[in-house]
Design a binder for this molecule. Structure first.
Ligand SMILES: Nc1ncnc2c1ncn2[C@@H]1O[C@H](COP(=O)(O)OP(=O)(O)OP(=O)(O)O)[C@@H](O)[C@H]1O
Ligand SMILES: [Mg+2]
Length: 313
């Protein structure tokens, strides 16, 4: 068996750090190589390889889904979710539709496709955000709207700017949580929830995870893990996290962003390839709260793929 860590041709700093950190753990388990995603990659793979993809490509090329699809087509074993999960979760409106059809709570909302509003716009307050971005892109102070007219105006403006459909959904002003799920089948583990508390931000700064809050106010944002939740809410979070993992057909590691509204958790977004940066990513923060370390996390995440390869041999 050999591990292949797949990386972007020129990853940004946090991604490059993740590639090194994951590869360092894998080297303790078996032979490990780091390869960039390009046309030569496929020729270099053998059926003895376990692929750990960390390449995300460029904006809107959905590379993590494509790499999973290629591995599935070739019959190569890989760590992480199948292509289906990535394609569903990379589009927040598709995710919402899927979860709703299984009775998993998401904020009431609609989509502006450039010409039409698909369905009714819920009563304000509303949040307006692009359907397929990450890292807070397009989530700005103007995203929070207190009238339907304003939300329509902001949706049109963001459509012009981001050239993609825009979600308009009910703004939930309860606590913000992110929940990690790792493993598979009987080994599935829901990690301690991480609460992101904006109450310490300077006056005038939005109380949600906008791009500028993520980038400029990290030191004034409070991260609490485990989150302070009643037993009832905690049970509900656990149930929603497990169901979401199941219906998105996820594997090995997933992160689900939630917001509370009067003690009811709602899923606002599902991250099918969440960050594994040992310094800054949320899942490693949750692992610390369990008194486990990064090496334990990566070894847990690769278990299913290794077992599956061994069964084939
Ligand atoms: N319905 C909502 N109610 C309240 N806040 C919301 C809602 N939707 C989004 N937000 C806020 O906007 C932030 C960013 O939204 P979202 O998670 O959809 O985007 P993202 O940029 O893709 O995030 P990530 O970087 O986690 O991929 C959320 O973390 C939350 O603070
Ligand atoms: Mg998010």
């Amino acid at each position: 068996m050999r591990f292949i860590v797949v990386k972007d041709l020129s990853p940004e700093a946090a991604r490059a750090r993740t590639v090194r950190a994951v590869a360092d753990v894998l080297k303790k388990v078996g032979k490990t190589e780091i390869l960039s995603f390009d046309a030569s990659l496929i020729k270099r793979l053998t059926k003895d390889d376990v692929i750990f993809n960390l390449a995300i490509g460029k904006r809107h090329d959905f590379l993590q889904g494509t790499i999973s699809a290629i591995m599935e087509g070739l019959g190569n074993e890989f760590v992480g979710s199948p292509a289906y999960t990535h394609y569903v979760c990379l589009d927040k409106f598709t995710t919402k539709s899927l979860l709703n059809s299984y009775g998993i709570p998401t904020p009431a909302g609609t989509l502006f496709d450039g010409s039409y509003f698909v369905g009714d716009i819920p009563a304000p307050p509303l949040i307006v955000k692009p359907v397929a971005e990450g890292s807070g892109i397009g989530v700005e102070s103007d995203s929070l709207c207190d009238s339907i007219e304003m939300a329509k105006k902001v949706a049109k403006k963001k459509f012009e700017e981001f050239k993609e459909p825009i979600i308009i959904e009910k703004y939930l002003d309860g606590a913000e949580l992110t929940v990690g799920v790792i493993g598979f089948g009987s080994e599935l583990k829901v990690l301690p929830s991480l609460e992101i508390d904006f109450s310490n931000l300077p006056k005038g700064v939005e109380r949600f995870y906008s791009k500028r809050v993520k980038e400029e106010y990290a030191s004034q944002t409070i991260y609490r893990c485990p989150a302070l939740l009643s037993e009832k809410v905690q049970r509900e979070v656990l149930d929603i996290a497990k169901k979401t993992f199941e219906v998105t057909k996820a594997r090995d590691y997933l992160r689900i962003d939630m917001r509370l509204d009067k003690d009811q958790p709602y899923v606002i977004e599902v991250n099918s390839m969440p960050g594994l940066d040992p310094q800054n990513s949320d899942i490693p923060k949750m692992i610390k709260a369990m008194s486990k370390d990064y090496e334990w996390l990566i070894k847990y995440v690769i278990k299913r793929a290794i077992q599956s390869l061994e069964v084939q041999e």
